[in-house]
Structure formats: structure tokens, C-alpha cells
Design a binder for this molecule. Structure first.
Ligand code: RIB
Length: 303
């Protein structure tokens, strides 16, 4: 008898509480602007990607570290409500992560993060979930936890034959060793420039930056280009996926939804081209609502 094994996505990363105010323009240093209503909601790149993958149809486990405070308790309650497996969630004596977000009239944002408990994730914590890493179908990572932990998790996955999707956000210096463990990297234009030194403004410069990343060992790259769409440089070939033309209200978590969508489509065995189309449709829905996790769509909403 064949026992069907579910294709599990494991996300390891940050959990934040987001505090957002929308203003017509982003304030300049020293400037005070009167904005709209204040919104508090669940966020964090790791958590957003886990929630996106779950709502878009994945079987998802999420490992993060939150404080022993009300924000941490609320986050865990939210993840349980989403149906995420958070049985191995970690607690810290540091306060839970908080992000202050300003959104302008075009939906563009500025984010400051107080990492708190996210910065307290240790290599020993990663070791403690090694069994989850090696038994996953896909490991999804971002850069809102200490880099040695990202490296350790990626290496454990790679050595066990588990694919690693790295969303390299927010950009920070990475050890050379990490790149060879990455199956799929999803930098935006700014992050691409950070990692390669090549300003990305068109297809040619995107290809140049992708070649540098692939030269370091990354297998496939899907570069997000904001409202234009994304450029993929993969073993399946290079292709452009145009973004849907929508009125952006708040772009927060659009990139996270894109990564969650890619993760789901990949474990379902779709090609990277199909995965990019699915993820693009999902993130087009996210930008049309305020907030991070509040704005992430469900699979039934994707046409
Ligand atoms: O990618 C968006 C996220 O970045 C926000 O939810 C915020 O918490 C920061 O981590």
C-alpha cells in the first residue's frame, strides 16, 4: 500500500506586529504629516509568507520566535486560526518583533523594524527543528533572523535534498557559502543591486545581475520589478511575467504573498513559469488592501 505524503512547506523566519499609518506622501526627515487611521495587524516577512502559502493552498509549518508578551500571544493565536502548524514555535525573553510602517498615496511604503525576539533566534534553535527541515518538501527563508541561522537552515535542507527558496529581504551581507544552497532566490531590484553591485532598471541589467547570482551558485532567480512584474532566469529558461494593472492601496506583504504563492505552486509540481503567474495574481490582490496579513488572498480568490 502506498501512503500519500503531503508536500510540506516549512517557513522559518520573522513574526512582527505591524503598526501602519497612511499619509499622502512619505514624510521627510524632521517632517510631521497628518495621515489617515492607525492600523495594527499581524506581519513579519516570515509570518506573511507562511500565511500566504497556507491561504493559497499549502500544507505549512511555521517556525519563528516571539516574546513572552501580549504581541507574541496574539501572533500565536492568529497562526493557529490560520491553520498553520506552529507546534515548534519558540519563545524569547526579548519583546516580540514590531514594525512601524508608513504608506503613501501610491501604496509605496517605508518600514522600520524592532526585531526583538526575531534577533534572538539561535543556531541551536535551528538544530532543534532539523527534523522538520529535513522532512519538508520546500524550505522558505528570508533575512529577518540572524544570518548564521539562515545559513544553518539552508545547509541542513540542501544536504537533505530539500529545496530552499530564499527571499533575500531585507538585504544584508551574506556569506558566500549560502548561495550554493539556494534553489530559488527572489530579490527585488534594490536587493539585486545590493548583492551584485549592478543597478537593475531593465531586462539587460536584470540578466546581468542574475548572472552574477547564478555564478555564485544560486540555481534559479525570479527578480521582482515592482509594478512591472518579474523577470525569471531559470534552468527552464528566462521569462518575463507582467504584473496585473491594479490600483495599489498598500504594497506591504506583496513580495511575501509572491513568495508564498511560488512556494505553493512549486510543491504542487507546477513549472516556474506557472508558479510566477500564480504568485503574480496573488500579489495583485494583496496590494489592493491595507495591511500585511489582512490583505493576503485565499486560493479561491485567484482567477
Ligand atoms: O514584508 C512586509 C513585512 O516587513 C511587514 O509585515 C513588516 O513586519 C516587515 O517585516
Amino acid at each position: 500500500m502506498q501512503i500519500e505524503t503531503k508536500k510540506k512547506i516549512l517557513v522559518i523566519g520573522s513574526s512582527n506586529t505591524d503598526m501602519t499609518v497612511k499619509t499622502p506622501t512619505l514624510p521627510r526627515p524632521g517632517e510631521t504629516l497628518i495621515g489617515g487611521e492607525f492600523k495594527m495587524g499581524a506581519g513579519g516577512k516570515g509570518a506573511n509568507q507562511a500565511v500566504a502559502a497556507k491561504r493559497l493552498g499549502g500544507e505549512v509549518s511555521f517556525v519563528c520566535k516571539v516574546g513572552r508578551d501580549v504581541f507574541g500571544d496574539n501572533s500565536i493565536a492568529g497562526y493557529l486560526k490560520e491553520g498553520l502548524d506552529v507546534s515548534r514555535i519558540l519563545r524569547s525573553d526579548k519583546p516580540s518583533g514590531v514594525a512601524l510602517i508608513m504608506v503613501d498615496g501610491n501604496g509605496e511604503n517605508c518600514i522600520s523594524v524592532a526585531s526583538g525576539a526575531n534577533s534572538d533566534i539561535t543556531e541551536a534553535d535551528i538544530d532543534s527543528v532539523a527534523d522538520m527541515i529535513t522532512s519538508a518538501s520546500l524550505l522558505v527563508l528570508q533575512l529577518e533572523m540572524p544570518t548564521p541561522c539562515v545559513l544553518k537552515a539552508a545547509k541542513l535542507a540542501y544536504e537533505a535534498g530539500v529545496k530552499v527558496l530564499l527571499n533575500p529581504a531585507p538585504a544584508c551581507p551574506l556569506p558566500d557559502e549560502l548561495f550554493q544552497y539556494i534553489f530559488l532566490m527572489t530579490p527585488n531590484q534594490t536587493e539585486s543591486e545590493f548583492f551584485t553591485g549592478i543597478p537593475v532598471h531593465d531586462e539587460a541589467s536584470a540578466a546581468e545581475a542574475a548572472a552574477v547570482l547564478r555564478g555564485r551558485g544560486v540555481k534559479d532567480i525570479i527578480m521582482t520589478m515592482g509594478s512591472k512584474g518579474s523577470m525569471a532566469f531559470t534552468e527552464e529558461g528566462n521569462f518575463f511575467t507582467p504584473a496585473h494593472k491594479v490600483q495599489a492601496v498598500d504594497t506591504t506583504a506583496a513580495g511575501d504573498t509572491f513568495c508564498g504563492g511560488l512556494a505553493v505552486a512549486i510543491v504542487e509540481g507546477k513549472s516556474l513559469r506557472e508558479a510566477a503567474q500564480f504568485a503574480t495574481a496573488a500579489s495583485a490582490l494583496t496590494v489592493q488592501k491595507m495591511g500585511a496579513q489582512e490583505s493576503i488572498p485565499y486560493r479561491s480568490e485567484i482567477k
